[in-house]
Design a protein around this ligand. Structure first.
Ligand code: KG4
Ligand code: ZN
Length: 335
């Protein structure tokens, strides 16, 4: 008989971090986080000044074994005591996704466990554990989107970025100032040191009157502004510009959809200044905004409750809209 008591082991390796979590669920709202580990590929980022997909994938191969042993030890469990094995199936770097898909599926098949794939964006959203209907604002290194989530498996994308994602320009501007990658939290710290007043006319609005994002123009504007002695000012203006534009587009989306509940997720949502400007929105704990395996675990439990299990033929994907992923799940469940 299906019981709500489930222990889920989850993996998230859509980019460079190798993340693993184990959570024991006793009921819908009652769960115990037994471990939530992130192994950062800092050496790669420092050496190559960013993420090299091939190197990231090879590192996951090594890190997965190490982190699995560490996770089981922390959770004080054996593999036999795990009920469900879950992993991010996309979107992300295809090499990194394939390695973990193979690892997770093989484990599930050999050990006769339930396998549950998760879409990376739904992981970020499920981190907040809010019930629909709401607008989900995803601001990360790979995504900038506003999605209208209407029910468990029904959503529609309201807008996205035409070009760069917001976290992407943060990291590129940070790199131009020789800050470590990812640069978000370093930009946040430097911005606090700025003493030069920020004038309103220097805050550029992207695609005025349009419910759409575009960040490549802003990136060029900021890259051309950097000198040896204005880094704190650039960071402050960058944060304010991003927050101003997000606020503007969110208000437009709220008006269009008449939806008043707004959640914000993804790495950039850890930023304290952005959180202050978007005070009317719901955020995850700052430490859980960036990629982690706990968010994949929570999404996997949602799927388990809705009977989306053992979709063993699903293949990793580099990109797929959340609404298309939900279409796939609805199809799978109804068969
Ligand atoms: O969600 P995430 O961990 O990975 C993706 O799915 O892309 O987001 C990573 C992004 C990076 O661009 C990083 O610089 C940014 O989130 N980030 C921040 C902060 N912490 C991380 N941006 C601004 N302020 C922060 N405190
Ligand atoms: Zn992410």
């Amino acid at each position: 008989m299906k019981t709500n008591n489930q222990t889920i082991l989850s993996f998230e390796t859509s980019c460079d971090d190798t993340c693993i979590a184990i959570v024991k669920y006793s009921d819908f709202e009652n769960f115990n986080i037994l471990c939530n580990i992130n192994i950062h590929q800092k050496n790669m980022c420092d050496k190559y000044l960013g993420v090299v997909p091939d190197v990231a994938a090879r590192n996951h191969l090594i890190n997965l074994n190490v982190s699995l042993q560490q996770a089981l030890q922390q959770a004080n469990l054996t593999l036999n005591e795990i009920d469900i094995i879950s992993c991010t199936i996309g979107p992300g770097l295809i090499g990194s996704l394939i390695i973990t898909e193979f690892f997770a599926k093989s484990m599930a098949l050999l050990l006769k466990k339930t396998f549950i794939p998760v879409h990376h964006i739904e992981g970020h959203i499920e981190m907040l554990q809010e019930s629909p209907e709401y607008l989900a604002i995803i601001i990360s290194g790979g995504h900038t989107q506003i999605i209208h989530v209407k029910s468990a498996y029904e959503c529609i994308e309201i807008c996205c970025t035409r070009d760069d994602a917001v976290g992407e320009i943060i990291d590129k501007i940070g790199r131009a100032m020789n800050l470590p990658t990812p640069s978000g939290m370093h930009i946040e710290k430097l911005a606090l040191k700025n003493i030069v007043p920020i004038h309103k006319e220097n805050i550029k609005i992207v695609l005025p009157n349009k419910l759409e994002f575009s960040f490549s123009g802003l990136k060029t504007y900021f890259l051309n502004m950097i000198t040896d002695d204005n880094h704190a000012y650039v960071c402050d203006l960058l944060q304010q510009t991003i927050a101003y534009n997000l606020n503007l587009k969110i208000k437009m989306a709220m008006k269009k959809t008449k939806c008043t509940k707004v959640i914000v997720c993804g790495g950039v949502s850890a930023n304290k200044y952005i959180r202050t400007i978007l005070y009317y929105c719901i955020f995850a704990d700052s430490s859980l905004c960036t990629d982690n395996a706990l968010m994949i675990n929570l999404a996997a439990y949602k799927h388990f409750r809705n009977n989306y299990i053992n979709d063993i033929h699903i293949q990793p994907f580099a990109s797929k809209k959340l609404q298309h992923w939900f279409d796939h799940i609805r199809d799978f469940i109804s068969k």
